[in-house]
Design a protein around this ligand. Sequence first.
Ligand code: NAP
Length: 276
Amino acid sequence: MKIIDGKALAAELRAELKTKIEKSDRKPGLAVVIVGEDPASRIYVRNKIKACGELGIRSYAYELPETSTQEEVENLLDTLGKDGDIDGILLQLPLPRHLDAEKAELHIPFEKDVDGFSAENLGLLMKHKEKVVACTPLGVMKMLEKEGIDPTGKHAVVLGRSETVGKPMAMLLLNANATVTVCHSKTQNLKEICRSADILVSAIGKAKFVTADMVKDGAVVIDVGMNRDENGKLCGDVDFENVKEKTSYITPVPGGVGPMTITMLMYNTYLTANKE
Ligand code: NAP
């Protein structure tokens, strides 16, 4: 069994990316827009800005008050969309309840969509002509690649079907020639399906949901979940201590998928500035 060290992998990828950015003609510029006071979102934004600084990416933070109107948010996105200094725009989610995130995201031009959430980028993924792919699933694929795990012919089971994680994850695995099953809250026989997985990716947001009896011997288990356990400690969707011995590879939480996600955001920002 190997515990995949997401922090170390992310550091390695960031070093490679930093060199690429140093050599590139254009230093990428990322605008991060946050609306309101959500403490977790503020920490995420701070971490993203910090990562930009370390890699030589220009970053611009726009902090709008909680009371902002839909029109004010959309106007800012329109302005940033036209700003030649800005290559990528990230709208930090969730937005305050009175705002419509999906509608606001339509004001981020496709070329500046560093999250890969736009219909265009999702469509390209569906066509296996990926351009900018959602950061978390992309980070998982980079992890598999770095560990030499080839999904070809494997049964990959994805728990969760959100547009930001589960669906793009399933599509990436399918494009990488896995046989993919996607599970969600209405899935029947979930345990049996999980037990047949060679690669099990969990993205449902339920602490320690995946137990040892749901995992096949020798499976690769990737835990995307970020939850709090009964003691308020950060944990994933997987009951790590009891599951790990059954696996060939497993990611911990924290220190697994999380560090890869911000790194992929940096990578996507680089891509929007420098077409590869
Ligand atoms: P989400 O939008 O809430 O989606 C959760 C998905 O899980 C839904 O498709 C839901 O099914 C499914 N689900 C919920 N309960 C289930 C159950 N008992 N059995 C089977 N499926 C179930 O969440 P998300 O944004 O995809 O995020 C998922 C988790 O990943 C969260 O813990 C989040 O914090 C974490 N996350 C981590 C990172 C990172 O960088 N590490 C990044 C993004 C998200 P239905 O569709 O039927 O409702």
